[in-house]
Design a protein around this ligand. Structure first.
Ligand code: FEO
Length: 395
């Protein structure tokens, strides 16, 4: 059912309370999510985006209960990813000639996914606009790599609404929809998690795009995202946050991340945490066992950290697969301007710290010299070496 946003603009999306994983199983969803689609009913009727394929029947039925589908004059697809375009095939089967406004790259992704080159695509680029009557226009702004090459935002004049799609969104189910109604703590935690895990690799482009949009001096009363809440109370706050997050963001935090076989490496992790806290009591220190903590939530902590320490015991002349898989993900996220230290126990050959050093270097971290490479179970003198790591990370 529709929810009123402003004047003749309604939300017609899906609040997905049950969602627990996104991008396959690559992104954990702790508080549900939503796929936000919007209906604008001026002289022309416009649908902005759709919802994920599993909800397509519900979406089309709901839409049909609100309006005569044949009255839709145009559909805007801000981004071709399946969570926003997944209901198009079912909808287009009912209204096959309806114009679809999207970027040239979105045509590629939509045709690639749904195999309907005959759909009535209207390619737009930044600055193009469509008159929708009653003195209002839709103005398109390409948002290349926020977060796909096909992404764009759509601005509705007079109502001053920016339909930003993924940008500024969060995986967060909020029935009341608006940011001023949401639990603020969860909202900001989820907004940062979304940025850290999805947008961080594109931070230089995010900064440029945010500055480009701000330079347009468009009055923006509402930012209507495609996931989570709609920013109506001071929408500039999330734009400012993105600007800050896109510039090698860090807080006074150190995060210690490890896995352990027989608790030796875990003892090292505990001691590193303690030494950091003793040396720099104002620094926030966190410790996570990779096998027991969600990988996306650890990444949010890495995003906030000025330094990390990563530990693994040696196994098969390498590191534990849990740590190896996590480091692969870490490389993808392209964090910058952060220090790292390595540690780990071994019984025989002891290659883990060397492997960790190499992997963290490749992930863009400044790997400090002190490390703990400990044979068998840590002795007091092994644990004492945590002081040098602490000094190198926060000294
Ligand atoms: Fe929400 Fe990139 O899809």
């Amino acid at each position: 059912m529709r929810k009123h946003i402003k004047n003749n603009v309604s939300w017609v999306g899906k609040i997905d309370w049950e969602l627990r994983q996104f991008h396959g199983a690559d992104y954990s969803v702790n508080h549900g999510s939503s796929q936000n689609a919007y209906l604008i009913e001026e002289e022309k009727t416009v649908l902005i985006d759709t919802v994920w394929k599993p909800h397509s029947t519900e979406f089309v039925d709901n839409l049909r209960s609100e309006i005569d589908l044949n009255k839709i004059d145009l559909i805007v697809i801000n981004h071709g990813e399946v969570d926003h375009s997944g209901s198009l095939p079912q909808l287009m089967a009912l209204i096959p000639d309806t114009p679809i406004y999207c970027t040239a790259n979105a045509v590629k992704s939509l045709v690639g996914q749904y195999h309907h080159p005959e759909w009535n695509f209207n390619v737009v680029k930044t600055g193009d606009s469509v008159d929708i009557g009653n003195g209002k226009k839709l103005v398109f702004v390409e948002m290349r790599m926020l977060h796909w090459p096909d992404s764009m935002a759509t601005y509705l004049t007079e109502d001053n609404i920016l339909f930003s799609n993924d940008a500024f969104g969060q995986h967060f189910a909020v029935e009341e929809l608006f940011n001023d109604k949401a639990d603020q703590c969860t909202l900001w935690e989820e907004a940062m998690k979304y940025y850290a895990n999805i947008l961080n690799p594109f931070s230089p482009l995010v900064k440029k795009k945010v500055e480009e949009v701000l330079a347009l001096n468009l009055p923006i009363d509402i930012i209507a995202t495609s996931h989570g809440i709609i920013w109506r109370d001071n929408p500039a706050q999330i734009v400012e946050a993105y600007h800050k997050w896109s510039q090698n963001y860090q807080e006074d935090q150190v995060t210690v991340i490890y896995d352990t076989m027989w608790e030796g490496t875990e003892k090292l992790a505990h001691r590193i945490v303690r030494e950091i806290s003793l040396l720099s009591p104002e620094t926030r220190v966190k410790q996570y066992n990779i096998s027991k903590t969600d990988k996306n939530d650890i990444m949010t902590q890495v995003f906030k950290s000025k330094a990390i320490a990563v530990g693994s015991p040696t196994v098969h002349q390498g590191i534990l697969s849990s740590v190896g898989g996590w480091l692969e993900f870490l490389k993808e996220l392209k964090f910058k301007n952060k220090k790292a230290a390595v540690f780990g126990c071994y019984g025989w050959s002891g290659e883990a710290t060397k492997v960790l050093r190499k992997e963290l270097g490749e992930a863009g971290f400044d790997v400090v010299e002190p490390e703990i490479r400990c044979s068998w179970n840590p002795r007091p003198e092994d644990l004492e070496q945590a002081k040098e790591i602490a000094k190198a990370l926060v000294g």
